[in-house]
Design a protein around this ligand. Structure first.
Ligand SMILES: O=C1O[C@H](COP(=O)(O)O)[C@@H](O)[C@H](O)[C@H]1O
Length: 262
């Protein structure tokens, strides 16, 4: 039987989840660097950047605990069609929570925001972002899908991830790497998102979900599946998907937790 997604649950975000997430990200970083000399990662917005900052801005505990920022290439798993300094922008959020707080003297990551010249045309916005992936991952002709070293994803209270929403036709997209959405049920309505095949083909996928507000949807994802976007990622990625959650988010959820180890 195919191995299933890993569920790691921790009593405290700051004291347990964040250090484990850091260790996981660094191990993915080292694997990416060994593979191709860079670390290609895509990140979500929402509550994720804050937890990510807790994990990655902590001082290193030793020589094997270094975040090699200058080797990171950061893409966005989804983005809202708004200017980069807008409160709704996932780029703005990541910048505020993490990028602006990198310690002085640290090498800077290469960050790939959307091209805001195309905000009025979400199809073009998505196509342009796909072209950024093509440039980074080599041509679309030679690469069937971009394979990220790591995706760092959130899970909305309705089971959405990236801007892939429950029941939406975008879940059936098989060709595009990046797709537009103009009717997101969560505002703002206009966005672009990585598609499901790109998400499920990443080398590693880490979901972060915290707080009691997520427990009902976590039950549905892990006990029923029910075609929810997060469950589809679990099904497609199997053991390559790992969930970093606090105990509140999975209270009462029947699914085997694993002790965290690399
Ligand atoms: O709209 C979005 O929501 C999801 C989930 O957000 P959260 O606050 O519940 O963690 C997020 O992952 C996505 O990037 C964002 O655009």
């Amino acid at each position: 039987m195919a191995k299933q997604a890993n569920l790691y649950s921790f009593p405290s975000v700051k004291d347990n989840l964040a250090p484990a997430l850091r260790a996981y990200v660094i191990s993915c970083q080292e694997a990416g660097l060994a593979r191709h000399g860079v670390f290609k990662v895509a990140v979500s917005g929402g509550s994720l950047p804050k937890t990510l900052a807790q994990a990655l801005l902590a001082p290193p505990s030793g020589p094997n605990d270094e975040v090699k920022w200058d080797k990171w290439e950061i893409f966005f798993a989804d983005e809202r069609a708004v200017p980069l300094d807008h409160q709704d922008s996932n780029y703005f959020l990541l910048k505020q929570e993490l990028l602006d707080k990198l310690p002085a003297g640290t090498g800077q990551p290469t960050v790939h925001p959307i091209d805001t010249e195309y905000l009025d045309d979400t199809q073009e916005l998505a196509d342009q972002y796909e072209q950024a992936l093509v440039r980074s991952f080599a041509s679309r002709d030679s690469v069937k899908l971009p394979i990220f070293d790591l995706l760092l994803l959130g899970c909305g209270p309705d089971g959405h991830t990236c801007s892939l929403f429950p029941g939406h036709e975008l879940l059936r997209e098989t060709s595009a790497w990046v797709a537009p959405i103009e009717d997101s049920p969560k505002p703002p309505p206009k966005r672009v998102t990585l598609t499901l095949p790109v998400v499920t083909h990443a080398v590693r996928i880490a979901f972060v979900a915290t707080g009691g507000g997520k427990k009902e949807i976590m039950k549905q994802i892990f006990e029923e599946g029910a075609g929810l976007p997060c469950a589809l990622v679990n099904e497609g990625a199997g053991e390559r998907a790992s969930w970093f959650v606090d105990n509140d988010a999975v209270e009462g959820v029947s699914y085997p937790r694993r002790p965290f180890s690399l």
